[in-house]
Design a protein around this ligand. Structure first.
Ligand code: CP
Length: 303
């Protein structure tokens, strides 16, 4: 594939190639010298029109560890703030002849819009509430490290599903890998059409986490709530926060994931975020290896 826009474009074979390639880079990332010359002379633009710590930094680290040159463009300080369109921004970046553009944007479909206009590879680093494929791949990588076999396991995604591109991409990927997915959150934060998704929806956290092999908490996306529909935060925490007591209902040693950034005490209790079962920082480490794999595979593709 020229681009990575969503998980739905990937076959299981594609996913396993990405995860196995990431395994190789994960090992390199434990060495004292982590830099390899693989992508020397190649250039990657990191175009982040929305805030990011993990995704942007890990793509930057990934590119640099592969000896590619990385260049950053943020919304603030760019001509987007002067009203330049996404199309003109795309064409301007293309004229500088990068090999790949990694894009995060608040609009659904922004990455596809760029990909349709550019010759270089476009990697979606999160578009609106639509997709965050590299996050889903690093989540699958993290789960595979712990579980070995994915098929037949059960995972609960808990929280603000409606606004979550992470949930959408994870549901597609985990389903492809044979994982049973449960969703739990307030009905007001369930996406329209969720009944057509390959998931089981629960209202009570206690029912949703009972007997699962992992729980993925999602951030309550305060910046995306519709006016007047913001849940009462104290009530939300009381009903949906993943506490140690609720986690105890899951299978022994069930993993806890969260894409970050976390709201401690809101969707996840602080002691759960810091517990041995928490894979939150493993996810960050996996993010570097998975993004190295993606840059490697996209920038060395033939044809
Ligand atoms: N998980 C994730 O996308 O985090 P950032 O917003 O910090 O990149």
């Amino acid at each position: 594939h020229k681009d990575l826009l969503d998980i739905s474009q990937l076959s299981l074979e594609d996913v396993l190639l990405i995860l196995d390639t990431a395994d190789y880079f994960q090992e390199i990332n434990t060495r004292p010298t982590k830099k390899v010359p693989t992508l020397k002379g190649r250039s990657v633009v990191l175009f982040f029109a929305e805030p990011s710590t993990r995704t942007k930094t890990s793509f930057d680290v990934a590119g640099k560890r592969l000896s590619a040159d990385t260049f950053s463009l943020a919304k603030s300080g760019s001509s987007l703030q002067k009203g330049e369109s996404l199309k003109d921004t795309a064409l301007t970046l293309q004229a500088m002849r990068p090999d790949a553009i990694v894009i995060r944007h608040e609009q659904n479909g922004a990455a596809e819009f760029m990909a349709n206009r550019l010759e270089c590879s476009v990697i979606n680093a999160g578009d609106g509430r639509h997709a965050h494929p590299t996050q889903a791949l690093l989540d699958a990588y993290t789960l595979r490290e712990h579980w070995g076999m994915m098929a037949g396991k059960t995972l609960c995604i808990l929280g603000d599903i409606a606004h979550s591109r992470v949930a959408r991409s994870n549901v597609i990927l985990l389903n492809l890998m044979g994982v049973n997915v449960r969703l739990c959150g307030p009905r007001t934060l369930m996406p329209y059409g969720v009944e057509t998704w390959p998931v089981t929806v629960y209202d009570r956290v206690e029912d949703a986490v009972a007997g699962v092999d992992a729980v993925m908490c999602l951030r309550l996306q305060l910046e995306r709530q519709q006016a007047g529909l913001l849940p009462d935060l104290r009530e939300y925490a009381a009903r949906y926060c993943l506490t140690a007591g609720r986690l105890a209902l899951a299978n022994a040693h069930a993993q806890v994931l969260h894409p970050g950034p976390i709201n401690r005490g809101l969707e996840i209790a602080a002691d759960v975020a810091d517990a041995p079962e928490s894979c939150i920082l493993d996810q960050v480490a996996a993010g570097v290896a998975v993004r190295m794999a993606l840059l490697f595979l996209h920038l060395t593709r033939k044809g």
